[in-house]
Write a protein that binds this ligand. Structure first.
Ligand SMILES: NC(=O)c1ccc[n+]([C@@H]2O[C@H](COP(=O)([O-])OP(=O)(O)OC[C@H]3O[C@@H](n4cnc5c(N)ncnc54)[C@H](O)[C@@H]3O)[C@@H](O)[C@H]2O)c1
Length: 326
């Protein structure tokens, strides 16, 4: 169990949504908190919460794709609170998916997705991890991926593959860090109610210099082309579904992340509902292995390709009941 009290967390995308939820949960643990976000307006809205609770916090206006600014932000964080122990690479965008099948995309959109949703995370790791290892007091690196990095959703090839890449990156990091007092985890949330649409739009405009195109809404039609009347969906017992219970409060994400860090988790998940999706994918992958006997000697020579202890270190995560605090 890692004691977070008195330690410092640096959280990107920390001024809104799940990043803000993570920052609040870290502050409640007695941590010093740095929230880094490219939107000064969001920082201005978020920082008073820490002040009103008497929690030590500092905001830095940072675009995680800007490496020089990121290096300066790391120095500013250390100048403010001393050593940084926990890095949360949470900044990301969720829209602007290029339509790669129809050719309706611009190369800039492709670069933007990789720059923010993958290189932004790498920048944080490359800048902070050597500093965290150097001070020797221990720590954790968490990167926000998504459940769609576990089970891809049709129509989001860039988003989903970069999220999957993020998960693998964090597993690699956990392997490298095994045996040290620094841990690593991939945070894979399901749906949460956040400002992702708004903030992604602002980032797309900043990066491309153009306002993002609004996706066209096509009302569903039957086979004869007539519009289908909307019927509110019902649950397994025939009761209307309460959407507010499906898309969750970002403060819950924060508490789950902090619990995951304290437990030493490698994977931090929020929605058990995705388990059947993972089983479907995993079983397809298992069936894809040819039905043949193993090659003699292979398991001895390629040991590192077939086994790593980090997977055994992930313990079963108990249930969690979220209680909203102010
Ligand atoms: N909301 C969901 O349902 C959901 C599900 C799975 C994964 N995610 C991921 O969670 C992360 C957090 O998003 P959220 O849903 O809390 O949305 P949010 O908009 O409320 O928070 C994201 C924050 O990141 C900041 N940000 C974006 N790009 C940045 C950059 N280049 N540099 C610095 N800050 C930047 C934004 O300004 C914003 O404040 C994102 O990576 C998102 O893709 C969200």
């Amino acid at each position: 169990m890692i004691d977070l009290k008195g330690k410092t967390a640096f959280i990107t995308g920390g001024a809104s949504g799940m990043g803000f939820g993570i920052a609040k949960a870290c502050a409640r643990e007695g941590m010093n908190v740095i929230i880094a976000d490219f939107r000064q307006s969001a920082l201005d809205e978020a920082l008073p919460w820490f002040k009103s609770h008497n929690f030590p916090a500092h905001g830095i206006c940072l675009d995680v794709t800007d490496r020089e600014a990121y290096l300066k932000a790391a120095d500013e964080a250390e100048a403010t609170f001393g050593k940084v122990h926990v890095l949360v690479n949470n900044a990301g965008i969720g829209s602007g998916e290029p339509r790669i099948l129809t050719g309706e995309f611009e190369w800039k959109q492709i670069d933007m997705a990789i720059d923010v949703n993958f290189k932004g995370i790498l920048n944080g790791i490359l800048i902070f991890l050597p500093r965290i290892l150097k001070h020797g007091e221990g720590g954790y690196v968490v990167s926000t991926a998504s459940m769609s990095g576990i089970f891809p959703v049709k129509g989001f090839p860039m988003y989903d593959s970069l999220r999957m890449g993020t998960i693998t990156l964090m597993e690699e990091l956990a392997m490298e860090l095994d045996g040290t007092n620094v841990g690593a985890a991939a945070f894979c949330p399901g749906p949460f109610t956040t400002n992702l649409g708004q903030s992604s739009g602002e980032f797309i405009e900043k990066y491309t210099g153009k306002k993002p195109a609004m996706p066209k809404f096509e009302p569903p039609k039957d086979k004869d082309g007539n519009p289908i009347k909307f019927e509110p969906p019902k649950d397994e017992n025939g009761n209307p579904i309460d959407f507010t219970k499906l898309s969750r409060d970002p403060d819950e994400a924060g508490e789950r992340v902090v619990r995951g860090i304290k437990r030493g988790d490698k994977f931090i998940f929020t929605h058990v509902d995705f388990k059947p999706a993972w089983e479907l994918r995993m079983n397809a992958i298992l069936r894809a292995f040819p039905d043949e006997p193993p090659t003699p000697g292979f398991a001895t020579v390629f040991k590192g390709n077939l086994y790593n202890p980090i997977y055994e270190q992930q313990e079963q995560v108990p249930g969690f009941t979220f209680v909203k605090k102010d």
